[in-house]
Every structure is written in structure tokens, then in C-alpha cells.
Design a binder for this molecule. Structure first.
Ligand code: FRU
Length: 487
């Protein structure tokens, strides 16, 4: 007999009661990021604005710190900063989702909140089945499953998942992450007049389409939306090989921008651009809020990226979501920056203007800490190298000889080694960063490039040192950030 959602909820709540004190003892618990109360969190799902509140769901395995059978955890917020955890929205309790309610999206229609997700089913031999399913709510808390609406079409393997639904010119559309029978990653398009009956339109983009060449064996978590007149398709292709400074995360999240031809089902697009240089970023999801902003939240993690050696697993939890970001298209680029509401976390501002940095290291009174926001604006000067060192191991560095900006952290697998991620930058104008007990999110040049990473130094006060090879002047602002009571 399968358990009812109430029985499952009780099991989860009992487990939370049993281990919550141990989880809370972890010094790496974050202060203002969304984490699972216990167990493993991965993709953000169903990001939506419904009846005056932001909803974010997440892939959750409450019983282990490994991937496995997934539920949909659920948080709501009035302001994208303070969140409240609601009961699980979806549990794997039906024949069509018994091995996991996998990722998906949400839309609001006729005052109801509709969830679209992938039902994952595995047989005893490990063969997979995938069903795109629907669940509906009238209060944003309790969801009624309506079962599968799409089966895997001819020509595709059961790696067919992560439906993202949107409305355009009088029709509903759905993009799904897919793998063809030949083992190529694609994003396929469906359309519907009523959210219930869906018809297959064909592949919109993929490995071998629209001049992309060989581009991975599976595309996960697609998201298609319009941003300031450009159509943007976010995808997470698996199976790309690193190319110089690009594609160095284990799996990648990036976008293609261009124009969709809905009539011929095709997408003329430019090159694939990574959204975040890492180390830990995957499966982002966007939504348009009531203020007309395109907002994005990602998973600050990556499957198989040191998960088994994450220090937080000793405390029975793992992973977090990124901060919410606003997207904007400017001068041919997609920009990302933290939503303005996050400024409400700030306290104890410290500010320095026109600080000269010459050869050697510089520290500034009260510019240190382990949980803070830091803004550095380059005012003048053009040094060969400019770096900010945070604690013993973490360093942000701009190197003019290679035109690169990098983030360095300690290698989790070897505490005596460092690892780096890079992006190419024409010039460095500003750095804005959010540091939490065990994470860092760096926004370079007003959001032209972003780095998100988990870092596991000892989370006490940390020194911040500035270094220039050459000289420059900079403005520095630093805030402490409040700890959210809801976490
Ligand atoms: C991406 C992903 C999705 C899938 C989900 C399962 O991280 O693999 O494709 O729906 O995670 O948790």
C-alpha cells in the first residue's frame, strides 16, 4: 500500500524532530539562503507569483543526503527575502511518479496554481519511464494531482523531463528537456489550448540543430522567455567537454538568445553562454513577477560535484538555492543582479571612498567578517592585477595580461590545493559579492558575469585583503547581513 501524503508528511516531520538539533549545530548552516531543513535539496521548481506571494518549490529528498526519490518542498515569501516553509507540495505516491516527483514549473490560471512536473518511474531492472504530470491548487498550499498529460513521444528516450510552461499570444506552451534515441540533447516544444491536452510540435533547439554542432547527450531544465525583446532559452546540457575558460563545471547552465519561429518550430540563436561560472550552479528557473521583472533562482550545487565529501552531510543536510536575481538585457548581454529587496538584510554599513591600493596588500578597518555584502568600485587606475582575498583560501582576481577574472577556493577533495573558475573580461569596473557562512555569490561589472560557489573554510571572522600590481583607487562599501529567523 502506498502512503498518503499525510502519512508521508508525518514521517518527514518525525525525522525533522529527531535530527533538527544536530542539523542546527552545523556551523555551515546558511544565514539568508534557502536550505532544506534536513536531507538533500536540488533544483528550484515551480517559481511563481500567486495571490500576492512568491512561491518557490524545490527538489527534496528528506530522508537522505543523496539523490534518490524526490519530493517537492515548498517555501513562500512576500518579499523574496523572508520565507516560510509550507508542507510538501508533491510526494511520490502514484504509479506514475512513484520513484520521484522530478523538476517542473508552475503557472497561474483562473485563480488556480498549476504545477507541471515529471513523474519518474523505475522498474526492477532499472528501466526508466517518464510522465509529464499536472497538479492543481486553489489555495497555494494543497495540491491535487491530475495525472499524466504527456507520454514520451516516438524518437526519444525516457530521459524526457522538466516541463516549463508559459503563455504566449493566446496559447500555452511547454518546453521539455529531452534525449533523442540517438543520444542527443534537445529542448522540445508542446502547445495546448487549455493546459490539459498537449500536442507535440517538435524540437526547438538541440545538439546538431541551428548550427550548434555536437552539444551534449541530454538537455535538462529548459526555460524559455522573452527578455527586453530577445527570446532566451535557458538549458542545462550534459556532456560538454571543457574548452579553455569555458564549461569547467561538471554540468552546465547557460542560455541561447535569438528568435523563435513558432510556425516552423525552430529557433535562430547565437552561441551558448554560461550563466554562472561556478563552481556550484545548475538548473536555474525564472518567472515574471507582478512588477514585470524577470527573476531567476538557481541551485547552488551540481550533481556529482563533491557531494559525497560535502562537510554538511555529517549534519544530515546538503545544498542550498542561490539568492534571487533579476535579469536584464543590455548592450547585447544578459545581466544578472541580486534583487533590490535583499538590501533589507543590510546593517552596519562601512564605507570608504577613493582608497588608493598600491603594490602589496591592504586591509581596511572593519572590512572583514564571514557573513556580509561587499561592493568594490574601481574609480581610477589600471593595474595589471587586482585581487581581493577573503580568509585564507578564497580569492577574486582580475588579470589584465589574460583579460580574465577568476574565483579561487580550496579544493574540497584536497585541503592543500586550490581550484579556480574563470571568465573573460574586457575591463574590471565593479565587484559586488554576497558572502554567507559557506557560500559566495559574486556579481562582476553590474552583473555581466556571475560566480556562485560553496566554500567550506572555518566560518568565523575572516580577513579581507586587497592587492594590486600597479595602482588604483577604489570605493568600498560593506554591510553585515541579518540572519533570517525563518531558517
Ligand atoms: C537536474 C535534474 C532534473 C531532474 C531532477 C531530479 O538537476 O536531474 O533533470 O528533474 O534533477 O531531481
Amino acid at each position: 500500500m502506498t502512503k498518503t501524503i499525510f502519512e508521508i508528511e508525518t514521517l518527514i516531520n518525525n525525522r525533522i524532530k529527531e535530527i533538527q538539533n544536530m542539523v542546527a549545530d552545523d556551523p555551515y548552516r546558511l544565514h539568508y539562503h534557502l536550505m532544506p531543513q534536513i536531507g538533500l535539496l536540488n533544483d528550484p521548481n515551480g517559481f511563481a507569483y500567486y495571490k500576492g506571494q512568491y512561491h518557490i518549490f524545490y527538489q527534496w529528498n528528506p530522508f537522505e543526503t543523496k539523490h534518490g526519490i524526490k519530493y517537492w518542498g515548498h517555501y513562500v515569501s512576500d518579499d523574496l527575502v523572508h520565507w516560510k516553509e509550507l508542507p510538501i507540495a508533491l510526494a511520490p505516491d502514484q504509479w506514475y511518479d512513484i520513484n520521484g516527483c522530478y523538476s517542473g514549473s508552475a503557472v497561474v490560471h483562473e485563480d488556480k496554481l498549476y504545477l507541471f512536473y515529471t513523474g519518474n518511474v523505475m522498474d526492477e531492472e532499472g528501466n526508466r519511464e517518464a510522465y509529464q504530470c499536472i497538479a492543481v491548487s486553489e489555495d497555494g498550499i494543497n495540491f491535487q494531482k491530475k495525472g499524466p498529460i504527456i507520454h514520451v513521444p516516438e524518437g526519444y528516450t525516457p530521459h524526457f523531463r522538466d516541463p516549463k510552461v508559459y503563455y504566449k499570444a493566446g496559447k500555452w506552451y511547454m518546453v521539455i528537456g529531452a534525449q533523442t534515441s540517438e543520444g542527443k540533447g534537445e529542448a522540445v516544444l508542446y502547445t495546448s489550448p487549455d493546459l490539459e491536452s498537449w500536442s507535440f510540435q517538435g524540437p526547438l533547439a538541440g545538439s546538431g540543430h541551428n548550427g550548434l554542432g555536437d552539444f551534449g547527450y541530454m538537455w535538462e531544465c529548459p526555460d524559455l522567455f522573452e527578455l527586453d525583446g530577445h527570446e532566451v532559452l535557458i538549458i542545462c546540457p550534459q556532456g560538454l567537454t571543457p574548452r579553455g575558460y569555458e564549461f569547467n563545471n561538471i554540468f552546465h547552465a547557460g542560455y541561447l538568445a535569438g528568435e523563435v519561429d513558432y510556425h516552423n518550430v525552430s529557433f535562430q540563436h547565437g552561441p551558448f553562454t554560461e550563466l554562472d561560472r561556478g563552481f556550484d550552479f545548475y538548473a536555474p528557473q525564472t518567472m515574471m513577477d507582478s512588477k514585470g521583472r524577470r527573476l531567476l533562482i538557481g541551485w547552488m550545487g551540481n550533481a556529482e560535484e563533491g557531494e559525497s565529501i560535502h562537510p554538511t552531510t555529517r549534519y544530515e543536510w546538503i545544498h542550498t538555492l542561490t539568492l534571487p536575481r533579476q535579469l536584464e538585457w543590455k548592450n547585447g548581454k544578459l545581466l544578472q543582479y541580486p534583487v533590490v529587496e535583499l538590501e533589507s538584510l543590510r546593517e552596519n554599513q562601512i564605507e570608504y571612498e577613493d582608497v588608493p591600493v598600491h603594490e602589496g596588500e591592504l586591509s581596511l578597518p572593519n572590512i572583514q567578517g564571514s557573513v556580509f555584502e561587499l561592493e568594490v568600485t574601481i574609480k581610477s587606475g589600471n593595474p595589471d592585477v587586482f585581487s581581493i582575498k577573503i580568509g585564507q583560501n578564497n580569492q577574486l582576481s582580475y588579470d589584465q595580461s589574460t583579460n580574465t577574472f577568476s574565483l579561487q577556493r580550496m579544493d574540497l577533495a584536497d585541503n592543500h590545493a586550490f581550484e579556480k573558475r574563470y571568465c573573460v573580461l574586457e575591463e574590471l569596473r565593479s565587484i559586488r559579492l554576497y558572502k554567507d557562512t559557506s557560500s559566495i555569490e559574486v556579481f562582476v561589472n553590474e552583473g555581466e558575469e556571475v560566480f556562485s560557489a560553496r566554500i567550506f573554510d572555518y566560518p568565523n571572522e575572516q580577513d579581507i585583503n586587497f592587492y594590486a600590481n600597479g595602482s588604483l583607487t577604489m570605493d568600498v562599501k560593506k554591510w553585515e547581513l541579518k540572519k533570517l529567523k525563518c531558517l
